[in-house]
Design a protein around this ligand. Structure first.
Ligand code: 13P
Length: 304
């Protein structure tokens, strides 16, 4: 316990010394969330990265998130405590793949989910997150949309718009693992629980949900709802904050498989301390793609 407190104190001192801010995604471990200056979804984290006047951003999340922060804050040092924290969904598409797909659909506007590399963002007209995907698609004048790389999120958007959505065959393995049998089983155990799921889940799972939204959307729904029991269909890291914010409500995970190993690579406060102390694991974006990738992210932020 003493060790833990000492680590927390050292991180606080280092943060002051470096003029640093700690941003953490809703899926991070409880102790990481508790030390962060801001905990949120992908959109909230990008907005924080864009507006902070800190000199250093410690990004507790996965690589594309830190890369987006580096795009938005080129004059700041963005440090990723777990440099091997990738995103298998983002890795389903390369810039070259996207260029080839664009040639097949020359009239389509390209919307890329924020879970993508900066190189893919640079090939896209606009970026989106799960909290603004529909709004982003509706903001475009084109009737044909090439939506990459998450096919589940793309189908969820397609179910709510008259535009033609062309999908890329990518998915988040953690969310895609959940199926309708899980829903049946948990609904049977907790028939009075409301089912809240992330749009990265399969469309047939989303169709059974009482609410579909980003991690911030799920947190907001749980807080505003009068219901007392909820079944949560997104990564288990969200349980920490959702339980903290709603001590009188009960939350069940839709499936024990809802664990993202990449989000858990930020495995200890010691890793956060190490990057702050050594100023290591800096994430940068190559100059040749920076301008175009940033434009796609900034367009998204102006629509949000
Ligand atoms: P949110 O933007 O909803 O937090 O989603 C992030 C993510 O990567 C989901 O797997």
């Amino acid at each position: 316990m003493e060790n833990f407190k000492q680590t927390v104190d050292r991180i606080r001192d280092l943060k002051k010394q470096r003029q640093a801010i700690i941003l953490a995604h809703n899926y991070q471990l409880p102790e990481i969330q508790d030390i962060a200056d801001f905990v949120g979804d992908s959109l909230g984290l990008s907005q924080q990265a864009a507006k902070t006047d800190a000199k250093v951003i410690v990004f507790c999340g996965v690589d594309f998130m830190a890369e987006t922060a580096a795009l938005l804050s080129p004059d700041k040092k963005v440090l990723l405590p777990a440099p091997d924290a990738g995103c298998p969904l983002a890795e389903t598409i390369t810039a070259e793949d996207l260029r080839a797909k664009k040639r097949e659909h020359p009239k389509a506007a390209v919307v890329c989910y924020i879970n993508s590399s900066a190189a893919v963002k640079a090939e896209s007209d606009i970026c989106c997150t799960s909290s603004n995907a529909l709004r982003v698609v509706e903001s475009l004048h084109q009737e044909e949309i090439l939506f990459v790389p998450d096919a589940n999120l793309g189908q969820w958007v397609a179910s709510q718009t008259s535009k033609k959505i062309i999908l890329w065959d990518g998915c988040c393995i953690t969310h895609h693992r959940v199926n309708t049998e899980d829903v049946k089983r948990v609904r049977h155990l907790h028939p009075d629980g409301l089912l809240l799921v992330h749009p990265e889940c399969r469309p047939e799972v989303a169709a059974l949900a009482d609410f579909v939204g980003s991690t911030a959307g799920i947190l907001k729904f749980a807080q505003q709802s009068k219901a007392k029991k909820f079944i949560i269909g997104t990564e288990m890291g969200i349980l920490h904050r959702i339980q903290q914010e709603n001590p009188d409500k009960t939350f069940y995970l839709l499936s024990p498989g809802l664990v993202c190993p990449n989000m858990k690579r930020t495995a200890s406060l010691a890793m956060v301390e190490a990057v702050l102390r050594d100023m290591s694991n800096q994430v940068t974006v190559p100059d040749e793609i920076r301008g175009r990738a940033l434009a796609a992210v900034e367009r998204m932020l102006s629509v949000s």
